[in-house]
Ligand binder design. Structure first.
Ligand SMILES: Nc1ncnc2c1ncn2[C@@H]1O[C@H](COP(=O)(O)OP(=O)(O)O)[C@@H](O)[C@H]1O
Ligand SMILES: [Mg+2]
Length: 311
């Protein structure tokens, strides 16, 4: 199958500084890909090269098989993008902004306006001035204008920036519907992994211009699960730790004050507790200690393992 987006060895220097470093990536219909990395990692520059706003120093971008450098018109006709904040006229209504934009694309786009406005849930406010909208509404109208030409590839740079959890969930629902119903491919950047977790099915971690790791959301959830620890508050923690070590052949049991910390998954917890109680150990409390996504993200960043970037 032809990838909707194919990036090959994409590189950008600003002066002598390499800000995007040999990025390779292929995305297919219906995939929602998250690009996560700290500020300055190179997310916006990469997205700008994909949309042809910035020329790459090296490498290539193909959209539905067309090179953005050599066949810009054909390539860009498949793209809808909001890179950095949506730049719309604040003194015109959302609707007027969309109508103006639709003129560039022709009649079909104009006919789509009502449907798109509904899709992004703006039908009640679309006649108000853009400048009066909340951040979340601006993002939604931004997405609406990116959808006018029925793109196969939707590119959103930090669309969740500054949104509250409800706003993020609304954006997620819009994007999920687009990916599932229209098989749109979506690439979305954020500096916040927890936000992307809600939206994406795979994630690329970018640091110093390099994709250092690609993971599916399933992989990430599994990793979080694997790293789960359980703290048991009990009498005789040293003795309890010994008992568990022998019975379950568990290594790396830690003793902290009057508690033991075990690398245990949810399903393994009940048998261990029953076992300890059968040995007359008293358990006063149980805490699940999940590794947060943020911690996991830092671990991945710190390990900085280069990896194959094709997913
Ligand atoms: N037009 C530019 N001229 C020079 N340096 C730039 C320019 N745009 C971005 N940079 C630099 O490139 C690096 C990556 O920036 P950017 O792609 O905006 O990162 P991100 O979107 O991940 O925060 C940063 O160090 C930034 O200062
Ligand atoms: Mg940016």
């Amino acid at each position: 199958m032809l990838p909707v987006l194919n990036i090959n060895n994409l590189t950008k220097f600003y002066g002598s500084k390499k800000v995007v470093d040999s990025i390779n990536l292929s995305l297919f219909p219906g995939q929602i890909y998250g690009f996560v990395g700290p500020n300055g990692a190179g997310k916006s520059t990469t997205l700008k090269m994909i949309t042809g706003l910035v020329p790459p120093t090296d490498g290539s971008v193909r959209i539905c098989g067309y090179s953005i450098g050599k066949n810009f018109k054909r390539a860009i006709s498949n793209v809808g993008a909001v890179v950095e904040m949506p730049q719309l006229y604040p003194y015109l209504s959302g609707l007027k902004n969309l109508q103006l934009m639709a003129k560039f694309y022709g009649k079909t786009a104009t006919k789509r306006i009502n449907d798109i406005v509904k899709l992004v849930g703006m039908e009640n406010r679309i006649k108000d001035k853009f400048g009066t909208y909340s951040l979340g509404m601006k993002q939604r109208v931004g997405i609406a204008q990116a959808l006018l030409n029925k793109p196969k590839l939707l590119i959103l740079d930090e669309p969740t920036n500054g949104l509250d959890p409800n706003g993020i969930i609304e954006i997620r629902n819009i994007l999920r519907a687009l990916a599932e119903k229209e098989k749109m491919t979506i690439i979305i950047s954020s500096h916040n992994l927890a936000e992307l977790e809600l939206i994406c099915d795979s994630i690329g971690f970018i640091h110093n211009g390099k994709i250092i790791e690609n993971k599916t959301m399933q992989d990430i959830k599994q990793l979080v699960d694997q790293k789960q620890q359980v703290q048991l508050l009990c009498n005789y923690p040293h003795y309890s730790a010994l008992l568990i070590k022998e019975e379950y052949k568990l290594s790396n049991i830690k003793i902290v004050g009057n508690s033991i910390i075990l690398p245990l998954k949810d399903k393994d917890l009940a048998p261990v507790i029953s076992f300890l109680m059968s040995k007359k150990i008293k358990i006063f409390g149980i805490n699940k200690m999940e590794k947060s996504l943020e911690e996991l993200y830092l671990e991945i960043l710190n390990s900085k393992r280069p990896s194959s970037n094709i997913i």
